[in-house]
Structures are given as structure tokens and as C-alpha cells.
Write a protein that binds this ligand. Structure first.
Ligand SMILES: Nc1nc2c(ncn2[C@@H]2O[C@H](COP(=O)(O)OP(=O)(O)OP(=O)(O)O)[C@@H](O)[C@H]2O)c(=O)[nH]1
Ligand SMILES: [Zn+2]
Length: 348
């Protein structure tokens, strides 16, 4: 039941439908980017706007009521001239240069802090900006905050299908597809070669449509993917996990917003924070489960990211060795790579 309510709430938010979040009393919210219907404004149904702490800080609102906890979301009163355009400009930091003059805004006391925090997490799960209209309308779905973690844990992962898949880097390969209730996207593992008794060379690759498919020069994902496949093929036994964690877990649309912020001078870390997300919203426990379903409990891990090593070890997969994955930089990604080294501890 709990997982169903969370799934319904995520679906409703993506469709622009109101969701009630809270135990008993709480807040009825619509996501600004999908649910800013004109009638809500014209009929006076919008009572306020709920923003992430980071967004509120940018709008100079953070501490009016949340002095004790600057990480808490902030509720503001609906400005008298609020319409869909202004709501989106308030919600989306990547539009700040286009709509520089907003406010002043008045913060309201946040009565339902737990519900507000759950709403932020719901937005991330839905791939939406963490910014909501507080509305006075009937809700299409109801979520009690605790139900969200039940939903996120409910991902009993299983292998759904597997088949031989010769690829250009390795002819002797098999693609294994997984399903879980918690993820709409199906993760896959490319298993290369045959078990030889040693720990396999493993790469955890997070989806990057722009880099993997389009050859984006803004990141190192595409070259890393190909280099990893070649190193695994050279080792003759290994696994590439292709994890559907686009944009370090914030989704493609929000990653493009982060790119728009980077074009305004924010680095990859600050762009995520300004959008109201964690610097890295990924959870590597799913990777550990995927390996375990392949009967692998020890790996040689291709990564520069200490969080991946810690994430797997924390889930009981032994990392016998960390193998660096060095890629030459280009003028478009040099700053991104330097930020990963200097701010997120990547060993480059
Ligand atoms: N939010 C956000 N995500 C990005 C950005 N650039 C790349 N990504 C995503 O970052 C992820 C790439 O991470 P990985 O290749 O797994 O690597 P990593 O965590 O840097 O660690 P390595 O194993 O050392 O490569 C992909 O999901 C990309 O879509 C960005 O500027 N912002
Ligand atoms: Zn990338």
C-alpha cells in the first residue's frame, strides 16, 4: 500500500495533478513545472509556493522562518500578480537571467516540515524541479511521508531477461536486464567473457544520454564508457553495469537545467545545489544488488570516484582493487573534470 501511494503521487505530480502530502493534515501541492494551470491562479486557489532551501536562499528567503534548520524547504505567500510564468521563474534558477526582477517575497511559517521534505524527494523521483504551488483543491493522490522510504526500499530487484549480445568491444558478451518495482527504468549489465576465478573488472556507469549517445564534450561519460568496455574486454572477464541514473540521479531535464546554470558560470556542484538537489543523488546499492544477482561479491572497480568504492563496500561487495579510468580532457570539459577532482574528491 505504502509503495503504491508513493508511485501514484509521483505519477500524479508528473501529470500536473494535486497531491496531498502529510499525515492527517498536511499540504496539497502541485509541481510548478507541470501543474501551473491558469484556472488555479484565476480562481484564487493558490495559497503559497513551496521551495527548496537552496532556491529560497538564492531568493534571499532562507532564514525568515527556518533559522534553526537552513536545509528545510521554505513556504512563501503567493504574490498578488502570480501566474504560470512568474511561478516558473520563481521555481527555476536556470531562468534567473531571463527574469531577474522578482519579489520581494514573504515567507510563511512551515507547519508541515516533514511533508515539505518528502515533497522535495518526490520531485527528484519524478524528475521535476523541487518547487510546488500550495493549493486549495481536491487531491488526486495522497502520500504519508513515511511511505516514500517504503517505496524506495521496495525495489525487490530481479533478473528479467538475458541474451547473448556481441558488441564491438567484446564479441563474447551477454546483456542481463533487471526489473524492480522502485525504478521505472530498467538497469542492465553487460557481462563480458567467462568467470575465471578472479574478481571481475567492473564498471558502474551512470546513464548520460548527452555523453553516451550524442558525444557531448561537456563531460567524460562517452569516452569513459568506451574505455571501460575495452579494459573489461582486455581482462577477458568483467561486467559493465549501465545504471539508469541520468544526471547523477536528477534526471535528464534537470541535468539540462544544471547545464544552463553552468553556462551562467556555476560549476557542476553548485548547479545541482541551486536547483535544490544533492550534489550526487545516486544510490549505488542497486549496483551491489545487481552484482549479487550475478553471484559476484568481489570486484576490481574501474573508477576515479571514491563514493562508488564506499557505496559498494557499504553494501557488502568487496573492492579488491580500484582501477583508475583516465580520459584526456577537452576544452569543454576541463573545468568539469577539475571540479570533480577539487570538490567531489575524484582521483584524477
Ligand atoms: N547533475 C549533473 N549530472 C552530470 C553532469 N555532468 C555529467 N553528469 C552525470 O554524471 C553521471 C556520470 O557519472 P559517472 O561517469 O558514473 O562517473 P563519476 O561519478 O564521475 O565517477 P567515475 O567512476 O570516476 O567516472 C552521469 O549520470 C551523467 O549524466 C552535470 O554537470 N550535472
Ligand atoms: Zn556525461
Amino acid at each position: 500500500m505504502a509503495a503504491k501511494n508513493a508511485a501514484r503521487a509521483i505519477d500524479a505530480l508528473r501529470r500536473g495533478w494535486p497531491v496531498h502530502v502529510g499525515k492527517g493534515t498536511g499540504m496539497t501541492l502541485v509541481a510548478i513545472e507541470t501543474g501551473s494551470a491558469a484556472e488555479l491562479f484565476s480562481e484564487g486557489k493558490v495559497k503559497g509556493i513551496l521551495l527548496s532551501a537552496a532556491r529560497a536562499a538564492t531568493l534571499k528567503l532562507a532564514n525568515q522562518f527556518a533559522a534553526a534548520d537552513t536545509q528545510l524547504p521554505v513556504l512563501i505567500a503567493a504574490p498578488s500578480d502570480l501566474d504560470a510564468t512568474l511561478a516558473l521563474a520563481i521555481a527555476d534558477p536556470s531562468l534567473d537571467l531571463r527574469y531577474p526582477y522578482k519579489g520581494p517575497f514573504a515567507a510563511l511559517p512551515l507547519e508541515h516540515a516533514e511533508a515539505a521534505v518528502a515533497a522535495m524527494e518526490l520531485a527528484r523521483e519524478a524528475g521535476l524541479l523541487p518547487a510546488f504551488l500550495l493549493v486549495d483543491t481536491a487531491a488526486e493522490a495522497t502520500l504519508v511521508p513515511d511511505e516514500l522510504s517504503a517505496f524506495q526500499d521496495a525495489g525487490a530487484l530481479r533478473i528479467a531477461a538475458r541474451a547473448r549480445l556481441p558488441v564491438s568491444a567484446a564479441e563474447d558478451a551477454e546483456l542481463v536486464a533487471y526489473r524492480s518495482t522502485a525504478d521505472a527504468a530498467d538497469h542492465v549489465a553487460l557481462v563480458v567473457g567467462q568467470r575465471d576465478g578472479s574478481p571481475p573488472v567492473v564498471r558502474l556507469h551512470s546513464e548520460c544520454l548527452t555523453g553516451d549517445v550524442l558525444g557531448s564534450l561537456k563531460c567524460d561519460c562517452g569516452p569513459q564508457l568506451h574505455e571501460a568496455l575495452h579494459q573489461i574486454a582486455d581482462a577477458q572477464w568483467g561486467v559493465l553495469l549501465y545504471l539508469r541514473q541520468e544526471g547523477r540521479g536528477i534526471g535528464l531535464v534537470n541535468k539540462l537545467r544544471a547545464y544552463a546554470l553552468q553556462d551562467q558560470g556555476f560549476d557542476t556542484v553548485d548547479a545541482n545545489i541551486r536547483l535544490g538537489f544533492a550534489v550526487d543523488a545516486r544510490d549505488f546499492s542497486v549496483a551491489a544488488q545487481m552484482l549479487r544477482l550475478l553471484s559476484i561479491d568481489e570486484v576490481r572497480l574501474l573508477t576515479n570516484n571514491p563514493e562508488k568504492v564506499a557505496g559498494l563496500e557499504g553494501e557488502g561487495i568487496k573492492v579488491a582493487e580500484r582501477l583508475p579510468l583516465k580520459i584526456a580532457s577537452n576544452p569543454h570539459n576541463a573545468h568539469y573534470l577539475a571540479t570533480k577532482r577539487d570538490r567531489t574528491g575524484h582521483k584524477l
